[in-house]
Structures are given as C-alpha cells and as structure tokens.
Ligand binder design. Structure first.
Ligand SMILES: *Cc1c(COP(=O)(O)O)cnc(C)c1O
Length: 363
C-alpha cells in the first residue's frame, strides 16, 4: 500500500483511522449483518444512528437547542439556491458579501431568485483582502445577509463574524466548519458540504435557527425535497438520505472528539498554517502569497512562484515525492495546499521540507 499525502481541496484527505474503521465495518455494521450502505433508512437502528450523529455535531459545535440540524443532498451548491428559495419569504432582496470565487457563485445563483445587493466586494484588489465593514452597504430590509467564511479557491478567510443588525446571517462554511469553535447563536443558518472538512461528497449539513423554518412554510413554491421546514419536520428523512456520507461524517465527529474537540483542533490548525506561511514568507520571494496577512486562510494555503513553468516543475516533482493535488484551482492557477483537520502536522512538515529542497535545486 502506498498512501500519498493528499493536499486536495475537496474531496479531501480523511484520517487513516476513519478509513480503516469503515473498512473493518463494511460487511457487518453494528451486528446488522450488512453494511450501512445496504441498511434501510427507516429502520430503528438507522434513525437512532442519525440522531446520535446529530448529537455528536451538536456537542462539538455547542449548537443551541433552538437550532435544527439537517443532513441534505446536493452539496453546498444546492444551498446556493435553497437559501433564497426558503428564506426570502415575503421579501425581495438579500445582502451578499463578495470576497472570492465561491461568493460570486453563490451570488449568481441567488440572482435567479431575488435582488442581490452586493454589500461590498474585494474584486478590485483581486480578492486579496476583506473590505472593512464600515464601507459595507447593508440594507436593513434584506431577507438575510450571506457570506463565505473561508474562500477555498482564493485562500482568504473572513476572520470575524459580521455585524449586520437584526438581519439573519447565512454563512457558507463549507471549507472551515469544525476547524475551530464558533458561536452558532450569531447565525441564522450555517451550511457546508461534507467533502472538505466533514467527510465525503454527497452530503450537505445545514444548521438552521428554528424561527427561520416558518419562512419555508410560507414559501409554497419550494419543491418539497428542498424545503427546510419539511426536511426539519421529517428529520432529514423526507427521502432516502446519503447514508454512507452521514456515516463517514459521524466517524469524523467521533474522531474530532478524540482529538480533544474543536479548541484543540483549532490550535493545531493555527500552528500548521503559521508554519507553512512562515516557510513561504521566508523563501526570499521564491514562493509568494499575496493575501493580506490577517485574512490568510488557515485551511487553504495558496501560493505562486515566479513563472508558471516553475510551478509545473514543482507540481511534477511534488507528485513524484508522493505529495499530490497541490495544483491551484483551475479558475485561478498557481499552487494550493489544503490543510484541513485531517492533515497532520507531520505532512505539513514534509511539504515544507520538500519546498526547501526544491528551492535549493532551482535558485
Ligand atoms: C467546495 C465549495 C462549495 C461547493 O460545494 P459542492 O459540494 O461541490 O456543491 C461551495 N462553497 C465553498 C466555500 C466550497 O469550498
């Protein structure tokens, strides 16, 4: 067996012990004589398991009782549409902060359903910084305020929770959920697809404040599968859920608890990112990261070299050394190391050592 070190942004690497547990339980899950993939989703054992999984997430994130947890299909992209479809109710517009490519995609989708007011955009500085909140053009009549807490492609992170008055905050936390503790009570709705920091593709986790469910009830044109109120009422079992993806998420929640919870993992994530940015910043310009320092992502470290040719050589040499998926997103180019929860410090060290050796050979 030759496991590589996978810096992919998503689907992303999983802790080895989770893969091994899934392998060990594949043929006979909890004495059912079958895998969880084959188990009916309306069986008592599965519905209890779903509840247990929810509880684990509730504990990890200290989710207050007036929030519901939903396990839905369609990844984060489905949420780009579901959020406006469900939350507009009798309003016509919503506020969006534009700090990168995922913000833009969420905005484009929302524009199918409502008037989008872009409160501020960092497009003018190539998404290397976050516009200061005192310049944001917020609308108090907005149905909700939407932002992306971590821009996976651009490698920029909104390190603060915006202050937007009484307007509910909706956040796309796909690439930094569970990377640190958060105050859930500041949000109206949190969503994340699973294949970055929760588990595998095919699942989105939605955490929604109960009072917002009433908006879905009035939004009668929302298809049932995409209706938050119906999904909450049916405990995410309106149709067959992504049971295997939920299972991997559940293993991940238990793994996080074993690591000491989110405070511990946040410390480790901070140390991993600090070390990697330090290596980039102390390479005499051989490697470069242009993001304003306070907003550098702790999950996705993007960097460039002097020429694309050198970047190609870097990628080839890295792959030969078993360090894979370091290529930047196709819309942006450059290089990117995604270092989610599951990426151990030792692998970050291996990457840094590789970068130093590559630099010595090529400068
Ligand atoms: C990956 C990603 C998405 C898209 O997720 P899908 O599961 O492919 O729909 C949306 N937002 C952010 C911040 C992402 O990183």
């Amino acid at each position: 067996m030759n496991r590589v070190i996978n810096f992919g942004a998503g689907p992303a690497t999983l802790p080895l012990e989770i893969l091994e547990q899934a392998q060990a339980e594949l043929l006979d899950w909890r004495g059912t004589g079958m895998s969880i993939m084959e188990l009916g989703h309306r069986t008592e054992i599965f519905t209890e398991y779903l509840h247990e999984t929810e509880q684990k997430l509730r504990e990890l994130l200290t989710i207050p009782n007036n929030y519901r947890i939903l396990f839905l299909h369609g990844g984060a992209r489905a949420q780009f549409a579901m959020v406006p479809q469900n939350l507009l109710a009798n309003k016509h517009g919503a506020d969006y902060l534009d700090i990168g490519i995922w913000s833009q995609k969420a905005i484009a989708e929302a524009q199918l359903f409502c008037d989008v007011n872009i409160v501020a955009s960092s497009k003018d500085n190539n998404y290397t910084s976050i516009p200061t909140p005192d310049t944001w053009q917020l609308k108090p009549t907005a149905a909700y305020f939407h932002y992306t807490s971590n821009e996976t492609i651009n490698g920029i992170e909104c390190t603060f929770i915006p202050e937007v008055g009484d307007v509910p905050i909706v956040v796309d936390m796909t690439s930094d959920i569970l990377s640190m503790p958060i105050d859930v009570s500041r949000f109206g709705l949190i969503y994340a697809s699973a294949q970055k920091n929760i588990g595998i593709a095919g699942l989105a986790v939605v955490i929604i404040r109960e009072d917002l469910l009433a908006r879905s009830s009035t939004a009668t044109t929302v298809p049932s599968l995409y209706n938050y109120a119906i999904q909450a009422e049916q405990h995410s079992l309106y149709n067959t859920p992504a049971s295997f993806a939920i299972y991997i998420a559940s293993l991940m929640f238990a793994w996080l608890q074993r690591q000491g919870g989110l405070t511990k993992i946040a410390e480790l994530n901070q140390r991993k990112a600090t070390k990697l940015y330090h290596a980039i910043d102390h390479s005499n310009g051989f490697y470069r990261n242009d993001i304003a320092k306070p907003y550098r992502s702790k999950m996705n470290v993007v960097f460039n070299m002097q020429t694309t040719q050198l970047e190609q050589q870097f990628l080839a040499a890295a792959t030969a050394a078993n360090l894979v998926a370091l290529k930047g997103h196709r819309e942006l180019g450059g290089l990117r190391a995604s270092i989610y929860n599951a990426m151990p410090m030792s692998s970050v060290d291996t990457l840094i050592d590789f970068m130093k050796v590559f630099q010595q050979k090529h400068s």
